[in-house]
Design a protein around this ligand. Sequence first.
Ligand SMILES: Cc1ncc(COP(=O)(O)O)c(C=O)c1O
Length: 391
Amino acid sequence: MRFASRLDAVPPYLFAEIERRVEALTAEGVDVISLGIGDPDLPTPPAVVEAMQRAVARAATHRYPSNRGLEAFREAVAAFYGERFGVELDPGTEIVPVLGGKEGVAHIALACLDPGDVCLAPDPGYPPYTSGPVFAGAEVRYLPLEEANAFMPDLDAVPGQVAARTNLLFCNYPNNPTGAVVGNGFFERAVAFAREHGVVAVHDASYTEIAFDGYRPPSFLETPGAKEVGAEIFSLSKGWNMTGWRIGWLAGNADVVEHYRRLKTNLDSGMFDALQLAGVAALTDARAFPVEMSEVYRRRRDLVVDALGRAGLPAEPPRATPYVWLRVPEGHDSASFTALVLDQAAVIVSPGPSFGPSGEGFVRISLTVPDDRLEEAAGRIASSLRVESRA
Ligand SMILES: Cc1ncc(COP(=O)(O)O)c(C=O)c1O
């Protein structure tokens, strides 16, 4: 059998080696704590579950949905954007459902990129910003996110010949994996760059609802001119504990929305109507739920940052996202520190380079496990460092 070479063109999956070691340790009866993946441990709000139960019992939801999405869903999204961000969206032309943010990211790349085009993607960044463009035959150029620049890309550093070939720019704030929030006029700079070079700017807003200490992350679409140059992908996954449901949307420029929708009419038949009605419940009855979840993650953030600090591992407390981006201690790189905490503490963290080369020197800790397990994990990491320093 022969398979498509595009599958070999995506970067190797760095978690494979970790998974192999986890399997071996678990088989030996070791209690492994995974802080590797950002999958909320707590349940979806009851109002959403009940809305889904009612919706799924209605025969009208059992037929093919449309790729355009239910009017009720698009109107709920428009109302949410109006109230939360002060952004006006036309539910008729500027909103379309996506089957989770991941699907939105991958397919917007197919809708926007031709072979030979360039896609600019944050490094470190969510891996589909790379695989989506690569599957489209495009070339990915990384935009390094440096701590010295508050993990914001420097668009002025993009060479003119690269900018001329660029047709898609991904950005993502609050940011996975660094936990950074947008600042320094970056969204305004992204709009100007997109205008100047005729680029589609797509902001991934998957984490805007998980934020702490009174901070309210903005939507890219609040930026003057954003709707002329791009769109935003939003997901219910993280704020509403709905990773398994696959509900999100693409909103913004009507041409971008329409071209994504046209592509999708050839790939799937839209989002199950019952799911869309559950999505409406999330945006109405369970509207305030992410505020409760943010308080849970704030508590866990403080617990982890304090415990790691006591162990000699200082970390900047993030103002948003369920992630702590931790610099590895002297004498380690990301891989050796990941291996140390796995072998000595049976704790899994994500090595920074699994999100791109500029992630070297960091690991990502996810706060999506119960407090007692987090405490236990931080304690075990501290002991593994003590053991190492004695060795
Ligand atoms: C930055 C970012 N975008 C998108 C997603 C995808 O989320 P979903 O497909 O569950 O909406 C994730 C998930 O971890 C993410 O970190």
